[in-house]
Design a protein around this ligand. Sequence first.
Ligand SMILES: [Zn+2]
Length: 395
Amino acid sequence: MILAEAALTPEGALGRYWLRLEQGRILDAGHGHPPQTPDLHLTEGVLAPGFVDVHAHGGGGAAFTDGAAAARQVLAAHRHRGTTTMLGSLVSAPLPELLEQAEQLRALVETGDLAGIHLEGPWLSPDHRGAHESSMLSDPTPEAVSAVLDHPAGQLLRYVTLAPELPGALEAAARLRAAGLTVGVGHTGASCAQTREAIAAGASAATHLFNAMKGLHHRDPGAALALLEEPTSFLELISDGVHLDAEMIRFVWDSARRNGGPQRPVLVSDAMPGAAAPDGRYRLGAVDVEVLGGVARRVTSDGSLGAIAGSTLTLSAAVRESILRAGIEPAQALMAATANPAAMIGLENVGRLLPGGRADLVLLDPEWQVRRVMYRGRWLDQRSSGASQTDGPAD
Ligand SMILES: [Zn+2]
């Protein structure tokens, strides 16, 4: 039995909380005084559920696009930094290629090591493609949506990002939602009205809100306003101090609290292979990316550095950035890395410390650095993670 003087409770507060674990699961849990003497009494720091990252392309030098062995490397790199549940995000490519990439990860999804696949593309706007290759983009025609949903790899998907202004996008959103997938609006030049239509059709999330979409322009309020105003939309935020100003992070949280509640913000890493790895040259789908000082940028045809291409973030760093720089209340920042993303993609056994859930835990120190990680009931050896060589102890 574990007793923590400060844990993130299922209600989203920090308080005294105990857990009884058995065979990788939470058998029993409760507030206040434990029913028996704990084996481990955590008097310092904060105990939280393992982090849930619904948008990440890679890490530890590897990418989800490169098959099962590479995916295991990505999962291990993030896991040692506190992320115990991940979707594998795949960047735009021809559909047969994407489905093949997803198929390569089938075993990891079936064992539950990977929570599923996120298709970020190819149904994105060429004008807001960010690091996606324009020749890889296409429209979500009824035939294309059928090709995805009818393919065996379609069952591995949990989340699809699309641009609502593309031909067929609204019908696609409705069909994907009906098939049980989460639909995110992103990489889009959609107007506010077009985005509201996509939400009505079934979209329920913003893929990295504000990045690769129109900002809040006074004469042309784009997707961001519609997504902020819809009280049930989840709002992905890349809180790395590069993609979004700390004031915007605070603004999004304030608007969510007033409209819908603090369960809406979702911290994502959007991590590329250079996350939890040294600076250098990496590949993201069909694109070369250079990481310099922790910032990932697309390498253009003349060799110069272009658009930001994913991040080198891990969720633990996103939590820290949100608390320390944007001033988000710690319990709410932690919810945005645990319960909120789990709810966004419909996972019930992670993200909250409830009986029946997975025994995935993160212990954070008073500076919000990861000190210990439990995965499926076993504490990981932090020294073997390699974390200290790249970005400090366990991140
Ligand atoms: Zn993106």
